[in-house]
Design a protein around this ligand. Structure first.
Ligand SMILES: [Zn+2]
Length: 69
């Protein structure tokens, strides 16, 4: 038998409120894990930007060569 003295390995949850990863304010239950819809939107924007690769090589539309003489 283990001889542990009053061991409570389970850390109590909801002791400290989650903090908004964007601004660091306490997160609201409604907008978890963010403090507001605005911060959630910011995070979403970052996420999308990270996924979508911005095309840098734009193919310029060349005007058709017109043989006018
Ligand atoms: Zn925030």
């Amino acid at each position: 038998m283990a001889n542990t003295s009053a061991g409570n390995p389970v850390t109590p949850l909801s002791a400290t409120p989650r903090r908004c990863p964007i601004c660091g304010k306490p997160a609201m239950a409604r907008h978890q894990p963010f403090c507001s819809a605005r911060c959630a939107d910011i995070d979403l924007g970052r996420w999308l930007k990270g996924n979508y690769s911005i095309p840098t090589d734009e193919a310029p539309e060349d005007a058709p060569e017109d043989d006018e003489r």
